[in-house]
Design a binder for this molecule. Structure first.
Ligand code: GAL
Length: 819
């Protein structure tokens, strides 16, 4: 049987287009990045992270699916869904207690669910693609009916007077195909695993003393991508209570320019049967809380009516949003009725100017290259259910590396990622999952834009990635409709798409900025046809590295961490960045990827490999050596990074590399110079030296003087675990590192480390970045991989927390987290 894989389909699309006549060618933790709850009284926005119960249903056996669909009348009579768990007296004590965000896929064991037989090594294609590998070998999908349906149950506690209000549930993201049932009423079905949605529950709450039973049935039988996607309610859920006259979800759109002109568009809904005139008051404050404008506008509302009001002002000396000073203004929207505030709504915005020209990208007039990374939402220990603090921590690692941009591939980002990018000063390319003008795709596109358009960090909307129709006339029709919708909802931002083929044809005409994935050699036709079209590398590089490994292993499935391996469609760091850096009409790009992610375990797309090797950092966010390549050439920091470790068989020729932005570097082995070399911009330095135990030392020179020193010392046996912590809000990211008794990191240490917690905190996941590890993510222990292991700890209360990292025969490491 012929195996058809995604990459073949894409290549097939290229061939098809030709046939149709187209031509192809370690840092201190930052707390408080995300805002605390604003005082929005009388509106209430309550985060629903706690007190959920979870149980598996069943995709084919109705009796194991709590009666859902057991009788054909599940949908026939409203409120009589027949779902047993919807009953108020249903005993859910056997269901697990879970908190959000929650990803049940990451909790499941790895399963070699291949029906696919790996060809013999000599018959294997260079980058074999196996469907099960693509999703990271978790038992989720049609073949796993017993672990692909998840039910969430929660008893809603409402207050007296709530029946007078408008009550909605806002779901930020559920993977996927979710059905929301309240008190037996099926209220909503939402397919997309990546777009937010809102459910109005006002009419369905119990107004007597009966409890309100909320159920969410989540069906992850089908995937939406070709990478690990998680399963469950993996983003936040909110209960929002407002008056019946209110600002709806994402109800403001704030446009501004660097002259200080601000235009606020506010939607106001009168959900009552009485016509009324309200006063819309918008108060703009700067980041210090100083009020810089107050706008008051009367708005007439008929009964059951919605109006959009526009207010404009000009701020005297606007403080701009930029990468170094990501200044945000806030808008407090108040709806006043007869002198009383009936609703309050909070928004933030930033004033900045983004300009794409064919030969330059400018932020507030400053020319800069886009130094970005692509990322899926996935981290060690937690899968797609990344807590807010960990999102911030991940973005901080990227920023620390010198990266200034983030592509949310290939789906809309989580709101907290957008908020953190606003606050940290990171540019965002926010991407739609489906490139289609069919209703579902347009609905998802609308949610992407409405949800994101106040974020100053977002600089580009992407309508999709490497779609088969990209170079075709059909693609052109689809893209035209998608563009039209974007421009209607947000005329301020350019539209892009990531194309790996057909550039210059099909969807190209609908793009303000062309995104090119890998194949810069295919740009000929598009440059000729659209000479003024700016080009950004939406996917670049793709260096394959395993952290701490310096030799390829076909048995362990590791690739060396030198910048030497790339898939046939990709490039090493040094093969893309120097080109983009010096070519004015390549405006910069997004490396595939910032972090390793589960699935697509390229270049070993087969069992037992479960995680990609693309990341500049591994799945835990531990940097691979290329991290310092980018830091040297992307950031202003002085960098001198010497590798590999210095534990080899005596006499072995070892390739010693340095990533540095010094002017010259001299290498010494046990005090003996191996020569001084000048650094060429955007390139590494390299020496080959026979291994002798002891140490290697690199001295970095600037202006003829030694300004930096780096050393690698031969390590002895493992003697102790050193535990360190980086904290963002309630999340502590712990690093356990194995050292010898002299304090030298033991490069190959794989000791089993236990994490003991005392105090109000919990280990919510562990990892080590090993792409072939099948150890559980949900555990209180983990083997080190090449000397490192990680625990993600969530602090759940006040009082100090002590965490001990203990390993047999080693001195323990300990950290104390302050309340
Ligand atoms: C690209 C694709 C990415 C990822 C990458 C792996 O073609 O857009 O999602 O699959 O290849 O190299």
């Amino acid at each position: 049987m012929v195996e058809v894989h995604r990459r073949h389909l894409l290549q097939g699309a290229a061939v098809l287009s030709v046939g149709l006549g187209a031509e192809m060618a370690a840092q201190p933790a930052l707390a408080g990045i995300l805002p605390g709850p604003a005082d929005l009284a009388p509106r209430q926005r309550i985060r629903f992270d706690e007190d959920w119960r979870f149980a598996f249903g069943h995709a084919s056996d109705v009796n194991r699916d709590f009666g859902f669909g057991a009788y054909q009348y599940t949908h026939a009579k409203q409120g009589l869904s027949g779902v047993t768990a919807a009953e108020p007296d249903y005993d859910d004590s056997t269901w697990r207690q879970v908190s959000l965000p929650h990803d049940w896929a990451v909790e499941l064991p790895f399963v070699n669910n291949d029906t696919y037989t790996l060809p013999a090594p000599d018959k294997r294609r260079e980058y074999e693609e196996d469907e099960a590998a693509a999703h990271g070998y978790k038992p989720v999908g049609r073949k796993y009916p017993e672990t692909s349906i998840g039910w969430y149950r929660k008893v809603l506690r409402l207050e007296k007077g709530d029946e007078q209000k408008r009550l909605t549930l806002e779901f930020d993201g559920v993977f996927r195909d979710s059905i929301v049932i309240l008190n037996g009423y099926i209220l909503n079905r939402h397919e997309s695993g990546y777009t937010p949605f809102e459910v109005d529950i006002s009419n369905f709450i119990n107004t007597d003393d009966k409890p309100n039973i909320l159920l969410v049935r989540v069906d992850a039988s089908y995937g939406e991508g070709w990478f690990y996607e998680g399963a469950g309610i993996y983003r936040h859920v909110w209960l929002v209570k407002t008056a019946r006259t209110y600002v709806p979800q994402w109800g403001t759109f704030i446009k501004s320019d660097i002259s200080g002109a601000v235009d606020i568009e506010t939607r106001i809904v009168n959900g009552t049967d009485t016509a009324k005139t309200v006063t819309l008051v918008s108060t703009i404050s700067d980041a210090d809380g100083k009020v810089v404008a107050r706008l008051e506008t009367p708005v007439e509302l008929a009964a059951q009516d919605e109006q959009t009001a526009n207010q404009t002002t000009k701020l005297a000396s606007p403080r701009l949003w930029g990468l170094k000073d990501p200044h945000l203004y806030s808008v407090r929207t108040e709806i006043m009725e007869s002198g009383a505030v009936v609703d309050v709504f909070a928004s933030t915005f930033g004033i900045r100017e983004v300009v794409f020209k064919v030969d330059g990208f400018f932020l507030n007039g400053e020319a800069m290259k886009i130094k970005g990374t692509n990322n899926h939402q996935d981290h060690a220990g937690v899968g797609s259910a990344i807590p807010d603090g960990l999102h911030v921590w991940r973005l901080q690692q990227l920023k620390e590396m010198g990266s200034n941009a983030y592509r949310s591939s290939h789906n809309p980002a989580t709101p907290e990622v957008l908020e953190a990018c606003d606050r940290l000063g990171i540019l965002v390319l926010d991407e739609n999952r489906l490139m289609t003008s069919a209703p579902e795709g347009m609905y998802e596109l609308e949610a992407l834009i409405r949800r994101g358009r106040n974020h100053p960090s977002i600089i580009l909307w992407s309508i999709g990635n490497e779609e088969p129709q990209q170079g075709t006339e059909r693609g052109a029709k689809i893209a035209r409709d998608m563009r039209r919708l974007i421009k209607k909802l947000d005329p301020t931002r350019p539209v892009t798409a990531a194309m790996n083929n057909g550039q210059g044809f099909g969807i190209t005409e609908s793009l303000d900025v062309l995104g090119v994935n890998y194949y810069v050699t295919r740009l000929g036709p598009v440059r000729e046809k659209y000479p003024n079209l700016p080009v950004v590398g939406t996917e670049t590089a793709s260096t394959l590295c395993t952290r701490g490994e310096y030799e390829r292993s076909e048995t362990k499935l590791y690739v060396p961490a030198y910048d030497v391996t790339a898939p046939k469609w990709g490039h090493t760091a040094e093969n893309w960045w120097p080109l983009y850096d010096k070519t004015p009409n390549l405006l910069g790009g997004f490396v595939w990827t910032g972090f390793d992610y589960r699935g697509e375990p390229t270049p070993f797309n087969w069992w037992p490999s479960v995680t990609s090797h693309f990341g500049i950092m591994d799945l835990c966010g531990f940097p691979k050596d290329n991290f310092w390549y980018y830091q040297a050439w992307w950031s202003d920091k002085p960098v001198l990074h010497l590798f590999p470790h210095w534990n080899w068989e005596p006499g072995k020729d070892v390739s010693v590399w340095v990533h540095s932005n010094c002017e010259a570097v001299e290498l010494f082995v046990n005090g003996k110079s191996q020569g001084r070399k000048d650094v060429a911009k955007d390139y590494h330095l390299e020496w080959t030296v026979p291994f002798v135990p002891g140490k290697i030392t690199a001295y970095g020179y600037r202006g003829g003087k030694v300004t930096m020193k780096a050393e690698r010392v031969t390590a002895g046996g493992a003697a102790k675990v050193v535990l360190t912590s980086e904290r963002v809000d309630d999340i502590a990211v712990l690093k356990a590192e194995v050292f010898d008794k002299a304090g030298v990191a033991v490069p190959k240490a794989d000791n089993l480390i236990f994490f003991d917690v005392e105090g109000p905190a919990e280990v919510i996941g562990v990892g080590n970045g090993n792409p072939t590890s099948h150890e559980p993510d949900k555990a209180l222990y983990r083997k080190a991989f090449n000397g490192l292991a990680q625990a993600i700890v969530q602090v759940k209360g006040t009082g100090s927390v002590t965490i001990t990292a203990r390993s047999e025969g080693l001195i323990s490491g300990r950290v104390v987290l302050k309340a």
